[in-house]
Design a protein around this ligand. Structure first.
Ligand code: NAD
Length: 330
């Protein structure tokens, strides 16, 4: 199997190179992001390995199909970047890594919450300049706060357990309630009730037509003043324009995001020498109560190892014509 590996970063090369020897596949690591312009680079490969911000739309898929690609192995959980209908029409199969380390993402989510609640990002900068003043660093306890979790899949469930460990009351909304969560004390309720009662809201549902802008102007109007909103799932779950307005008016008191609606042109690159053209993220960066990380919630040693292992197992199953247990279908 020859694999064209798009959007390669050093950490991908390290984790995949150490395992691929056991499979006998050839991986060609490419720095290019996959889209209709770069798809031609897959020429001569059977498999394409892609990541969250690759654009696997109908135009890209047509080129991949023409070049003989039969499988797209996503090295991520989300698959909203793929035109599944078109892939089906062209006979290209899609596999993903459904759960590699839900704890990695859940723990990063809590890191965002604790940083915002205790202002450790500010303390870090102050102390480096020998400023030991505590003025403006008053935080708040997480203990006994009501935390609303939207989506109790693998990551949402890991997050609920951490929140319960902190002594929070945990409310949840999901299209499918989870018995294990109920047993450990998570209380399922309607989305409106979750908005009205939570002091901290964390998003863990996938991006679908149903969840696009699930946090919009109307939703935020239902929330308590000063709500902490956290998104480590997908950027477009939040209407960015509406959240900027809610931050200005104090409806949203804290915003922690690891994902951003227009992240495709920004994240995973060093743009420090360039002028940012995205006015919305530039505005978000001016708020003292907003914390942004660049889609790094998955980035732990344990998760990278599991991603490489599951991706290679998915490809091996395809190569041996076995059942594709992690296949995503339209
Ligand atoms: P999962 O499939 O295990 O769980 C998703 C949950 O969302 C399911 O329980 C599902 O029933 C629920 N859901 C679906 N539609 C819903 C709706 N309309 N309202 C409420 N709940 C709904 O997925 P997961 O592994 O927990 O991952 C969740 C998301 O996290 C992924 O889709 C991905 O976008 C994101 N993610 C982000 C990172 C990162 O590094 N920031 C890493 C991995 C995953």
């Amino acid at each position: 199997m020859r694999i064209a590996f798009f959007s390669t970063k050093k950490y991908d090369r390290d984790s995949f190179s150490s395992l691929v020897k056991d499979y006998g596949f050839q991986i060609d690591f490419l720095e290019a992001k996959l889209d209709h312009q770069s798809a031609i680079l897959a020429q001569g490969h059977d498999v394409v390995c892609a990541f969250v911000n690759d654009q696997i739309d109908s135009k890209t898929l047509e080129i991949l199909s023409k070049e003989g690609v039969k499988l797209i192995a996503l090295r991520c959980a989300g698959y909203n970047q793929v035109d599944l209908e078109k892939a089906k029409e062209l006979g290209i199969r899609i596999v993903r890594v459904p759960a590699y380390s839900p704890e990695a993402v859940a723990e990063h989510t809590f890191a965002l919450i604790l940083t915002l609640s205790r202002k450790t990002h500010k303390a870090y900068n102050r102390v480096r300049e020998s400023n030991f003043s505590l003025e403006g660093l008053t935080g708040f306890n997480i203990f006994q706060k009501t935390v609303g979790v939207i989506g109790t899949g693998a990551i949402g469930r890991a997050f609920c357990k951490i929140a319960l460990g902190f002594g929070c009351k945990v409310l949840a909304f999901d299209v499918m309630e989870n018995a294990e969560m109920k047993k450990i004390g998570v209380q399922y309720c309607s989305l409106d009730e979750l908005f009205a009662r939570s002091q901290i809201i964390s998003l863990h549902c996938p991006l679908t037509p149903d969840t696009h802008h699930i946090i919009n102007k109307k939703a935020m109007e239902k929330m308590k003043d000063g709500t902490m909103l956290i998104n480590t799932s997908r950027g477009a779950l939040i209407d960015t324009k509406a959240v900027i307005s809610a931050l200005k008016h104090g409806k949203v008191g804290f915003l922690g995001i690891d994902v951003y609606e227009q992240e495709e042109d920004l994240f995973f690159q060093n743009l420090s020498e360039q002028i940012l053209k995205d006015d919305q993220i530039s505005r978000l960066m001016t708020f003292p109560n907003v914390l942004i990380t660049g889609h790094q919630a998955f980035l732990t040693k344990e998760a990278l190892h599991q991603i490489a292992f599951t991706t290679l197992e998915n490809i091996a199953a395809f190569a041996s014509d076995s059942e594709l247990v992690n296949e995503v279908k339209a």
